[in-house]
Design a protein around this ligand. Structure first.
Ligand code: LLP
Length: 412
């Protein structure tokens, strides 16, 4: 969001206060042009013969976004049959959808085969069962490279103690299964974590995966997952994508030459594509001064954006209604009956009752991790595209909160 003539503007000049007025708050807003910019930046950073971006749609699955990613030439990374079904309904071909579940029941794998998805396997028992049942269906294997990477321990998934992937040290077992079942391995995959700022983590993982890849003669692709860090905090160090791109591309090109075939290099960006494009607009319901602090209460909370509580994540907060006000220190808090602090000790231009505040970087894992805790409806979602706003999800209602509850009328 830019400051233009002392006012905040989104996309091509859209006024966030106009959106708050038109659709009400709390409101998730996504700038699709920004998403396109990130997509093209990622594509441009890697100079390899075949590059494919599978959008990790767990970050945000609104159908308009899925269609948009398809229109940009992207494919999908999914982790549940439901995500894959959303992808199909958005117009993706089954082979454009990678299915990377973790520890799901066999029936879900069978369903994925029936749907014709690309399949990624992350355990030895699943690999064996898959090979015995579907020896003719090529699959990818998710390797755990034993690398500790990612912004915090909850989102670090490629280390030795992680539940994800098949340890690279279990390569002999993988080989034995492949040989005994005659199955075809068409890809190798790894994803070490989210919020990775250090190019070395990617390079180290890539080196390991490419080394292993030499032992699998039928590969079509190598998938290095997602995790590209975006900056949440002013002054934060993001990932130097262009530097990583140059180094990794060179290694990948050398690998292809040694392998004797131009494989496709796949990435699965989630945050990188949608985090910075998303905003959560909320209205200040109350200012409360205590001997210790000034609290600005918003009409949202951990029910709509859980990242600050769950990961201690920082989301920058701006006062859209009073950008020129004198700065004061605030505890920006939600309305949930828990300590749902969205911003600790933030210096923000004076916040008054009724002011609209905006939480930045809310596009990824914002709405998707929202809940109905405290029996609050989830917000509406709006897409901005080429200077226009479009409603892409209705605000939930009381009716939605009652839906699926069955009143047995036993105690009337
Ligand atoms: N590929 C796989 C297999 C993944 O598990 C993930 C994310 C991604 C790609 C995309 O990672 P990204 O580019 O978005 O960092 N809820 C957490 C993030 C959890 C990420 C889970 N897996 C958060 O809000 O920080």
């Amino acid at each position: 969001m830019l400051v233009n003539n002392g006012k905040y503007v989104m996309n091509e000049g859209v006024d966030p206060l106009f959106l708050a007025e038109k659709y009400g708050t709390p409101l998730y807003v996504y700038d699709f042009d920004k998403i396109a910019g990130q997509f093209h930046r990622l594509k441009a950073a890697f100079d390899v013969p075949n590059l494919q971006l599978d959008y990790a749609c767990k970050a945000l699955t609104n159908i308009n976004l899925l269609r948009f990613v398809k229109s940009l030439g992207g494919a999908l990374d999914t982790v549940s049959i439901e995500e894959a079904q959303l992808g199909l309904s958005a117009g993706f071909e089954p082979q454009e959808i990678m299915f990377t579940p973790n520890g799901v029941a066999w029936e879900e794998m069978v369903a994925a085969v029936g749907m014709g998805l690309r399949i990624n396997i992350d355990s030895l028992p699943m690999l064996e069962r898959f090979g015995r049942t579907f020896p003719d269906v090529p699959v990818c294997i998710r390797i755990n490279p034993h690398i500790m990477a990612g912004g915090n321990v909850k989102i670090s998934v490629g280390h030795i103690d992680s539940k994800f992937g098949i340890s690279y040290q279990q390569l002999p077992s993988i080989k034995a299964i492949v040989e005994n079942t005659g199955m075809c391995i068409n890809g190798l995959h790894m994803h070490t974590g989210s919020d990775i700022a250090d190019p070395e983590a990617f390079l180290q993982g890539a080196d390991l995966l490419l080394q292993l890849a030499m032992g699998f003669p039928d590969l079509d692709f190598v998938d290095l997952g997602g995790g590209f860090k975006v900056t949440y905090k002013p002054g934060d160090q993001g990932l130097d994508l262009e530097r990583l791109g140059a180094m990794l591309s060179a290694r990948f090109r050398d690998f292809c030459q040694a392998y004797g075939k131009n494989l496709t290099l796949v990435f699965e960006p989630g945050k990188f594509l949608v985090s910075e494009a998303g905003y959560l607009l909320a209205t200040t319901s109350l200012i409360k001064k205590t001997p210790a602090a000034t609290f600005a209460f918003l009409n949202t909370g951990l029910n709509h954006l859980i990242r600050p509580m769950f990961y201690h994540a920082y989301h920058h907060i701006v006062n859209v209604s009073n950008p020129q006000g004198d700065p004061h220190l605030y505890q920006v808090v939600g309305y949930i009956c828990e300590t749902d602090t969205l911003g600790h000790n933030r210096e923000i231009p004076e916040v008054r009752e009724g002011d609209v505040l905006c939480l930045l970087n809310a596009g990824a894992y914002g709405f998707m991790m929202a809940s109905n805790y405290n029996s609050r409806p989830r917000p509406a979602e709006v897409m901005l595209f080429e200077g226009k706003d479009y409603l892409i999800r209705e605000r939930e209602t009381m009716e939605d909160l009652r839906r699926h509850q069955i009143d047995q009328h036993l105690f009337d």
